[in-house]
Design a protein around this ligand. Structure first.
Ligand code: UD1
Length: 418
């Protein structure tokens, strides 16, 4: 199995260009099925989660033209058959086929989604939303079968502003009869991107980016061409790296507002960031002081940046805390961070990590436990003394486009080895 080998301690200079958002692209691709004409999506990240979606499309008989960073649907008609666990289980976002196929064909039969085991990851809110629209949901040993004679707009209140449930219900509602209202909807930039994409095809969605989204159903969705929004998590990961190792390092093609919760925390710790219209630049690093972080839904501090932030806090002077409020199992990277020399305690309820700072990390053999935990280990390796070997790198390649090339080009010593 391939591994990542990193020789740490290199200062990084030049430019890292952020790609399109994984969490947006993985929704836009299933959403394209709803369209009745040609769809072209650009700025698609070249990651294995997109390969997994393409495999499902291919299985359903949808032939797409895939470029390195683009995907074109010339025909969106599917052979609406059972999607097996071997396909849906490869990624979390396979659940967007539920909303999209239900919205267009009123019948879905597929296995539960997969994804990183960062918590329980129920989809009850998605299914409850489909039921509110008039669908009947049956669950049978890991299989979900959803049927509707007709989908009819409804008022839906989400117990939690779930990203996945918000998008999935929108996908099911865009062609439903009448008006659907989603209250306590998610406001993440990828939710906004999906709504803008659907509207560009003729959908009628308003309240985008607020907690109350209204959808008036339409019969037909026409051709569109769309650019995926920049990836706020990839951007944030590289801005954290720049804060630790940057020497005139620019992270470009990002939307600074999307990661304000991160940059305000980095600045509180003492990082000197130059924030431009679409880039963040770090001229040099210095000594930083410990800070406290609590993960929240957007625009709060994103849970997906909590693990990449850990090596930063390990390097700060004094004590820092991370409180994880979204997922139950998101400190899996900490054992290997401790192995590399960090001093961290996790509370017995697995919700708060206390980081005793200023530890110097030393290269070790470690493992990526999940996507963002893997990114965290990459950062540990970049700042550590000596050589770090990271196992299980398929997790990392699921979500970071060309991470090895991007880091190498700015001076890191990182490569994939067998
Ligand atoms: C998405 C992202 C993931 C990110 C997360 C939170 C994708 C493919 N993944 O995941 O990277 O960490 O948003 O920003 O976009 N919940 C329920 N019932 C549901 C759905 C969710 O209880 O039906 C709970 C979850 O257990 C969790 C919280 O809501 O505690 C957030 O989940 P959600 O926003 O749905 O995350 P995902 O869409 O799965």
């Amino acid at each position: 199995m391939p591994k990542l080998k990193i020789v740490g301690g290199r200062r990084l200079s030049g430019e890292i260009v952020v790609d399109g958002a994984k969490n947006s692209a993985v929704a836009l691709i299933p959403a394209s099925i709803l369209c009745d004409e040609i769809v072209e999506i650009n700025n698609v990240p070249d990651i294995s989660d997109i390969d997994a979606l393409e495999e499902i499309l291919d299985y359903l008989g949808v032939k797409v033209e895939r470029g390195k960073h683009s995907i074109v649907f010339n025909d969106t008609k599917i052979d609406n058959k059972f999607i097996p666990c071997s396909m849906s289980g490869k990624l979390r976002a396979s659940y967007y086929f539920m909303g999209a196929i239900l919205g267009k064909y009123k019948h879905v039969d597929m296995c539960f989604p997969g994804g990183c085991s960062i918590g329980e990851r129920p989809i009850n809110l998605h299914l409850k939303g489909f039921e509110k629209l008039g669908a009947v949901v049956r669950e049978d040993d890991g299989r979900v079968i959803i049927d509707a004679d007709e989908l009819v707009g409804a008022e839906i209140f989400l117990d939690f502003p779930s990203v996945g449930a918000t998008i999935n219900i929108i996908l099911a509602a865009v062609k439903a009869r009448g008006k659907t209202v989603i209250d306590n909807a998610a406001k993440e930039p990828h939710v906004i991107d999906v709504c803008n994409f659907l509207n560009s095809m003729g959908a009628c969605i308003s309240g985008i980016g607020t907690g109350r989204i209204e959808i008036i159903g339409v019969d037909h969705l026409h051709s569109t061409k769309h650019n995926v929004v920049p990836d706020m998590i990839e951007a944030g990961t590289y801005v954290i790296i720049a804060s630790l190792l940057g020497k005139n390092l620019k992270v470009s093609n990002l939307e600074p507002l999307h990661i304000e919760s991160l940059t305000s925390k980095l600045e509180e710790a003492g990082v000197n960031l130059e924030i431009g219209d679409d880039y963040i630049f770090v001229a040099d690093v210095s000594e930083y002081k410990g800070i406290d972080i609590k993960t929240m839904v957007y625009p709060g501090f994103p849970t997906d940046l909590q693990q990449p932030m850990t090596p930063f806090l390990v390097s700060c002077e004094g004590i820092s805390h991370i409180e994880e409020t979204i997922w139950e199992n998101r400190f899996q990277n900490i054992a290997d961070t401790i192995k590399m020399g960090a001093s961290i305690e996790v509370s017995s309820d697995n919700k708060v990590a206390t980081i005793y700072g200023s530890s110097k990390l030393v290269g070790k053999e470690v493992s990526a436990t999940d996507l963002r935990g893997g990114a965290s280990m990459v950062i540990c390796g970049l700042i550590a003394d000596g050589e770090t070997i990271i196992d299980n790198i398929s997790y990392i390649l699921r979500g970071y486009d060309d991470i090895v090339g991007k880091l190498n080009r700015v001076g890191a010593d990182i490569k994939i080895v067998d």
